[in-house]
Design a protein around this ligand. Structure first.
Ligand code: HEC
Length: 443
């Protein structure tokens, strides 16, 4: 089941380079943004719950501000999440053209679920504003209508967050499964349904890697958008700033600490066809970046300074870059055979477009040759007509031209009599032309 098979055409080898660049740029937009959306939603839902149960308005404020600052507006959310994801799916559909692998189906499913989660999460976010409005109204007496409305909003605020997170997690699991399988041609045939994804160790390693990156980039984004971006927020409220800083650093630090485990595990799962010195180099860069991030987070935690936040956020993006380039190299190394196939398919298609190749289905060239041509032609000996080996090469692969001669022979060589018209249909002329051209080509 590959719904794109009809839509996409096999890319030529020059085209593949361009697609790879597009892929890296789209992943570099999508993965951090999806990571931040996931992290911010979990952070927000958790602190909202905690704020409600402890009746601490600071937590609720945190829950709301994190959503506001980290998930961007609806339009930006679409541009940073949905659009690059569509690009990624289309690029994979092209690169895996004709391959028997479920990756593209998984990525498509992931895309649909991602869009659903996006709707839930933005509804969860709007519920905060509505709750605030109702909160303000509550100081007076509430009309019955508004009270009904309040129940709905509270429901949205609690349920939509949870639903959004679960669906987003599922979408990301499928997305990462699709990418992981794509770079392992060895398992293309065997991993053919969704249940098998759940027992695949390399998929889990990559998924947990994504979750730890998500924690890291969320923590980094909170530090950045609360303390650096446009001079920081709510400067008067020191308690609030301290609490935000503490939880942001803890979140980022947790991700940073466990990430090396998955980098090592990931390299263990590399197949020989995946590995190259570039892959190991980028794994090394990742570890180095992690070390720096960890050290800076520790500095921020220890001192009351937050001015390293910008650098941390930047380094986290570098880390994403290293990881994505490493994964794309892993993929590219594994694709050598697939790209050769694609190259020849693309060439065939280009020829077909220029009219050098014609569709010959329906007529049997060899049969026609045996019935209508053997009397006067052999491939290597002169009979009434010249041997094909002498005449066919001059058409240098142009089937259309050869078929045109057979369909309607013209006088050519003064040493021979004219060839009588054999009364073939165009389709038959095409078929026999292809047959003799293929045969001459093989000799
Ligand atoms: C009655 C004999 C005869 C039959 C049957 C015949 N040919 Fe020919 N064919 C000739 C002769 C003679 C020539 C040389 C014509 C010329 O050079 O003007 C020729 C030339 C050709 C050439 C060379 C054209 C070129 O550009 O030099 C091709 C290709 C060819 N025939 C294909 C076929 C095919 C395919 C069939 C069967 C469908 C076929 N012929 C049946 C006699 C025949």
């Amino acid at each position: 089941m590959n719904i794109f098979e009809q839509l996409v055409i096999p890319p030529s080898s020059e085209h593949i380079g361009l697609l790879t660049v597009m892929q890296i740029i789209s992943l570099l937009t999508f993965l951090p943004f999806a990571g931040i959306t996931l992290g911010a939603s979990v952070f927000s839902v958790y602190f909202k719950k905690r704020g409600k149960s402890t009746k601490n308005p600071l937590y609720i404020m945190m829950a709301k501000d994190v959503m506001d600052k980290l998930t961007a507006g609806k339009a930006a959310g679409f541009a940073l999440g949905v659009l690059p994801m569509i690009t990624i799916v289309l690029v994979y559909a092209q690169l895996l053209y004709g391959a028997k692998v479920i990756s593209v189906s998984l990525l498509t499913l992931a895309l649909i679920l991602y869009i659903v989660s996006y709707v839930f999460i933005y509804n969860y976010k709007s519920a905060f504003q509505l709750e605030a409005v109702i909160g303000a109204l509550k100081s007076g007496t509430l009309p019955g209508e508004v009270r009904e409305y309040e129940d709905k909003v509270v429901y949205m605020g609690s349920r939509y967050g949870n639903w959004g997170i679960s669906i987003l997690l599922t979408a990301m699991f499928l997305f990462i499964s699709g990418m992981t399988i794509a770079s392992k041609p060895g398992v293309w045939g065997s991993v053919d349904n969704i249940l098998k994804l759940l027992v695949s160790a390399p998929i889990w390693v990559n998924f947990l890697y994504f979750l730890s990156s998500s924690a890291m980039v969320t923590g980094g984004a909170i530090l950045y958008f609360f303390f650096v971006w446009q001079g920081g927020v709510r400067p008067g409220n020191l308690d609030y700033a301290a609490a935000i800083k503490k939880y942001a650093v803890i979140t980022a630090f947790a991700g940073t600490l466990i990430q090396p485990i998955f980098i090592f595990a990931g390299t263990l799962f590399l197949k020989p066809y995946n590995a190259s010195s570039g892959v190991y180099a980028f794994a090394g860069f990742s570890l180095l970046a992690l070390l720096l991030i960890g050290a800076m987070l520790y500095q921020i935690f220890k001192s009351s300074e937050t001015n390293l936040s910008g650098a941390v956020f930047f380094l986290i993006f570098m880390l994403f870059t290293f990881t994505i380039v490493k994964d794309q190299l892993t993929f590219k190394n594994a694709m050598k055979e697939q790209y050769l196939v694609l190259g020849s398919k693309a060439e065939e298609l280009a020829k077909e477009k220029q009219g050098m190749i014609v569709q010959v289905s329906g007529a049997d060239g060899e049969k026609i040759y045996n019935e209508k041509c053997v009397a006067c032609h052999k491939f290597d000996v002169k009979l009434v007509g010249p041997p094909y080996q002498e005449t066919v090469p001059k058409y240098s692969g142009d089937l259309k031209k050869l078929a045109a001669f057979i369909y309607n022979p013209q006088k050519i060589n003064p040493d021979y009599p004219a060839m009588p018209n054999q009364g073939l249909k165009q389709k038959e002329a095409d078929a026999v032309a292809k047959y003799i051209m293929d045969k001459v080509g093989k000799k």
